[in-house]
Write a protein that binds this ligand. Sequence first.
Ligand SMILES: NC(=O)c1ccc[n+]([C@@H]2O[C@H](COP(=O)([O-])OP(=O)(O)OC[C@H]3O[C@@H](n4cnc5c(N)ncnc54)[C@H](OP(=O)(O)O)[C@@H]3O)[C@@H](O)[C@H]2O)c1
Length: 332
Amino acid sequence: MVQKIRWGILGCGNIANKFAADLKWVDDAELVAVASRSQQKAMDLATKYGVRHAFDSYEALVTCPDVDVVYVATPHGLHHEHVLLCVNHKKAVLCEKAFALNAHLAKEMIQAAKKNQVFIMEAFWTKFLPQYQKIVSLIRSGEIGDVKMIQADFGFKAVAPLNKRLYEPALGGGALLDIGIYPVFLAISLLGKPSEIVASMKPFPSGVDQQIAIILKFESGVLANLSATFEAVTPVEATIAGTEGYIRMTNRFHNAVGNVALIKNAEHIDIGAIHREVGYGYQFEARHVGECLRKDLLESPIMSHADTMLLMETLDSIRVACGIRYPVDEMK
Ligand SMILES: NC(=O)c1ccc[n+]([C@@H]2O[C@H](COP(=O)([O-])OP(=O)(O)OC[C@H]3O[C@@H](n4cnc5c(N)ncnc54)[C@H](OP(=O)(O)O)[C@@H]3O)[C@@H](O)[C@H]2O)c1
């Protein structure tokens, strides 16, 4: 019998718990190890999901011979350190978004994975969701004509006491890297590199953005109007407007239960929620990672290293445009 892909999880916080739950829906996956700075947290997660190893250090995870691939689920400000720890121990990596705090660090992480001949991919789960693939196919087949405008927002009212990772610069705090990354991803994954960027933000007392508004302009003249906020409840919707009609992504456009509608010639075609599976939706990216590992790939053909670099470089440019700085930016 072929051995399943053996997963380890580094950091036992919020998203780690959801990802662990979704691995159940991946036939070719087994969660064999979890690691936390706290033995108790590791034990709790391991007990909940019947995991063999519960480590009280990240080092123990990356030296465990039973682990094929590590899901890095720590705050983005720590991804660089934790990814290097994994790849330098020859572990393949699926690293949460935002991949790094800046493009310079992202490049180092990718180079280190290449040097160690291990697979690495940013966990941009939206790209693997059926409704994202549906909108790409609608656009490519010309259903809305030529795309001219994109609008997308992502906002929620962060309740006190705030998780430190939302506002602490060293951890990669700020709305842009945490949630603004989704509208930015949507626009650039459909349109490529922007030629002009305008952005404005309102900072937390710590200096990073509490809310942000962004306009991206593309060579073709297409404009994207994007926003993110920790201060207000927003619909978390996207509209992709073309010369023949438009696509509406509602019910939180970035996630697995998002709804898609195509509006053409005053006709509203509700395509509905495309996700027909149980779970949060992280199983789609996990399945893809397993397929890549089975093929001995070092890079995903869907969320490539170039895709991650374009996203990171765009986020860097947006930050320059509105004055969001991280301590590591100075060290380049
Ligand atoms: N794809 C998605 O839908 C999605 C959703 C939410 C978050 N995320 C991403 O996932 C990452 C983690 O987010 P989260 O919501 O899971 O955060 P979280 O609940 O705060 O968990 C982060 C974990 O990182 C570990 N950690 C190690 N050093 C830390 C430090 N100095 N300060 C704080 N935590 C530290 C902790 O695990 P131990 O104590 O166990 O070591 C902590 O529980 C972020 O990059 C975020 O953008 C993605």
